[in-house]
Ligand binder design. Sequence first.
Ligand SMILES: NC(=O)c1ccc[n+]([C@@H]2O[C@H](COP(=O)([O-])OP(=O)(O)OC[C@H]3O[C@@H](n4cnc5c(N)ncnc54)[C@H](O)[C@@H]3O)[C@@H](O)[C@H]2O)c1
Length: 285
Amino acid sequence: MKIGFIGLGIMGESMSENIVKKHNDEVYVFDFVKEKVDLLQSKGAIPCASALELAEKSDVIISMVPKSEHSKQVYTSITPALNSTKTCIDMSTIDPSASVEISKFVKQTGAEFIDAPVVKSKPAAISATLGIYVGGSKEVYDKMKDILLYMGSNIIYMGENGKGLVMKIAHNALVSQIQNGVNETLTLATKNGISVEDYTKAISYGGGQNFYLDGKSKSIAENNFATAFSVENMAKDVDICINLAKECGVNMPGEAVAQEVYHKSLELGYDKEDFCATIKTVRGA
Ligand SMILES: NC(=O)c1ccc[n+]([C@@H]2O[C@H](COP(=O)([O-])OP(=O)(O)OC[C@H]3O[C@@H](n4cnc5c(N)ncnc54)[C@H](O)[C@@H]3O)[C@@H](O)[C@H]2O)c1
């Protein structure tokens, strides 16, 4: 079975590298940025000049691109190559309704389509321990599970097309609110003479202990905002959540606060920095 991977950014680079290492057949790759394709080629992948060429050569097509418009563009451009022998897996975090729309036009070609967004960040992409939330036909998921296991260790089936993404958006909304709690209480502690290190240790002794703080405390203490997950991408997820909540009549005041912090962070020019740079917005730089 030949696998193609589109989108070799922070996450896609390591996810596709794991597929190259573990899969016993050809792995094709494509990204707009040639250096990213060259890097994967140096690790054993076969480069393609376009997403369409990749889709023509692959049985399973995986995409890991930033936003809804990018996923739409990928699947529109490869439609001529799709037929009943092909399965598409979009692992990007996009609007669930955009993904359902894509699944419809892909399925009209006879091809299969599932959404399989991931949780955790670059270190888990490297160690193939991502969490993966799947939406789409259970039968297709069962067939694709071994491929998903090349990239992740915790995989959960959430239901029909779009449901993997609904769960992913709920997950990231929770992270954005945990993050906001950390940003506010850490700022309060440091303004009162407590170091980031002592705050982190003290929190870990109580019910406030959390994965976000454990993972980001060192970077925050060092003011190191090198990007593992960008402010821009998390702002996108928060916006998707607020729209989804409006559509289904759910009141989310906590998430509205997180959205305010994210929009302010974008205004301040932190868009390409790691999402822990939101602490600068909360503490006033
Ligand atoms: N970085 C993280 O920690 C993380 C964790 C979980 C989920 N995600 C989600 O995964 C997705 C990708 O995130 P990332 O951090 O890897 O982003 P990124 O910006 O680092 O990488 C995206 C890549 O996609 C490429 N691309 C965009 N459109 C393309 C197209 N039409 N054809 C080919 N290549 C295209 C870009 O050139 C880029 O290399 C996003 O939806 C993000 O929200 C990221």
